[in-house]
Design a protein around this ligand. Structure first.
Ligand SMILES: Cc1ncc(COP(=O)(O)O)c(C=O)c1O
Length: 405
């Protein structure tokens, strides 16, 4: 079988691999606790359901315009106005099948082979691979000493004549860090001066805690959307707990959106019509569910931080946003993949190795779970790693004996 070089260079997502392993264990009746994936499980907003049902009852479900229905685009324009204080025009907006597809269409539209894209670590696991799929070169910037806040100079020093874009995810998956306003301002000014695209992945921008806020990058430019280098990426997956509908969007200069329409048109024609109706319903509907989700997550974050702070040897920086704690387990292992495999095998807890995010020695734990999973999951990890804990525990009716320390 002949496989292309680019595809061969891709790394399997550890999240997907561990998910699959956990699924098989669950099928065998093993009481797995999943602190891996970050997926809000709130019910779909009622306005989204109503709007999708109305579309279905119409029995008129066909291709839509490639860049999305006028209704969805109007809803996105309103969202921009409400949350970014920016007036976008319909031809500066394109909806896609999830923010992930939006990003791959952006990259396919802006990159030449060998163009470089700067990505500060820790980064979302898919960014480097998506850049490679578009025949670009991911350039990872590792902040000094494992900090979660990159310095402007570290990014600027990584720029070469091949640099085409910088990707920032704010707040950040996996660290939960919100970048400082000074940093965002400097990056916006720099990218506009240098003519480098600044892709802002804002998928978690309202999931922020403890009175913190995440200021949109657009606040730091005087330029209008067509003259700016900022590309806004967002979607309904996280804020509205609508991962299964697969709708994301981009707001960008119309020249870029025009190219993206060509790319997307040849790739997938358009996002699914029923999902677009649901997304428009969610965006136009009652917004209290977003705040309810945020408050629930804030409590769960506090609980997870408290449990991790009581864990000898584990170091934790309190996340200000998103769905995850990125905890430093280097006191226990410098190989996070081995550690995650060990925890799954020995105490049936799914975590994601920090190596997948450019942070070896760390584990990402999602607090987008229930209270029992968080407390019991962390208790099991403690039991597995802490030599001072008793030699046996019971998990449901499974008796576990520690025979590895
Ligand atoms: C940082 C980041 N961006 C984008 C996405 C993808 O979102 P979507 O479900 O809209 O494709 C995710 C999903 O986990 C994410 O964590």
């Amino acid at each position: 079988m002949s496989i292309g070089l680019m595809a061969r260079s891709l790394v399997e997502s550890p999240t997907m691999r561990l998910n699959e392993e956990a699924r098989k264990m669950r099928e065998r009746g093993e009481p797995v606790i999943h602190l891996g994936i970050g997926e809000p499980k709130s019910p779909t907003p009622v306005d989204a359901i109503r709007s999708a049902m109305a579309k279905l009852s119409d029995a008129n479900i066909h291709y839509t315009p490639t860049d999305g229905t006028p209704e969805l685009k109007q809803a996105i324009i309103r969202y921009m106005d409400d949350n970014y204080d920016r007036q976008a025009a319909p031809d500066q907006v394109i909806a896609s099948g999830g923010a992930k597809q939006s990003l791959s269409v952006i990259l396919a539209s802006i990159l030449n082979p060998q163009d470089e894209v700067i990505i500060p670590a820790p980064y979302w696991v898919s960014y480097p691979e998506m850049v490679k799929i578009a025949y670009g070169v991911p350039v990872i910037v590792h902040p000094e000493d494992g900090r979660f806040q990159p310095r402007f100079s570290e990014i600027a020093d990584a720029v070469t004549s091949y640099t085409k874009a910088i990707i920032l995810n704010n707040p950040n998956n996996p660290s939960g860090a919100i970048y400082s306003e000074d940093f965002i301002r400097e990056i916006v000014e720099f990218s506009e001066k240098k003519g480098i695209w600044l892709i802002m992945d804002d998928i978690y921008h309202k999931l922020v805690y403890g009175g913190k806020s995440c200021v949109p990058a657009t606040r730091f430019t005087e330029r209008d959307i067509d003259d700016s280098k900022i590309i806004i990426l967002n979607g309904i997956s996280k804020l509205y707990a609508m991962t299964g509908f697969r709708i994301g969007w981009v707001v960008a200069p119309r020249k870029l959106v025009n190219v993206m329409i060509k790319v997307q048109g040849h790739g997938s024609s358009c996002p699914p019509a029923v999902s677009q109706a649901a997304a428009a319903g969610a965006l136009n509907g009652i917004q209290s569910m977003v705040e309810n989700l945020r408050l629930t997550l804030q409590n769960l974050r506090d609980l997870m931080v408290q449990e991790l702070e009581g864990f000898n040897g584990v170091r934790i920086t309190k996340p200000d946003g998103a769905l995850y704690c990125l905890a430093d387990f280097r006191a226990y292992s410098n190989n996070s993949e081995e550690l995650a495999d060990f925890l799954l095998k020995k105490v049936m807890v799914v975590t994601v190795p920090g190596s997948a995010f450019g942070m070896e020695g760390f584990l990402r734990l999602s607090f987008c779970k229930n209270v029992k999973d968080i407390t019991e999951g962390i208790a099991r990890i403690k039991w597995a790693l802490d030599t001072t804990s008793p030699n046996e525990i019971f998990i449901n009716d499974h008796k576990l004996v520690r025979d590895w320390l």
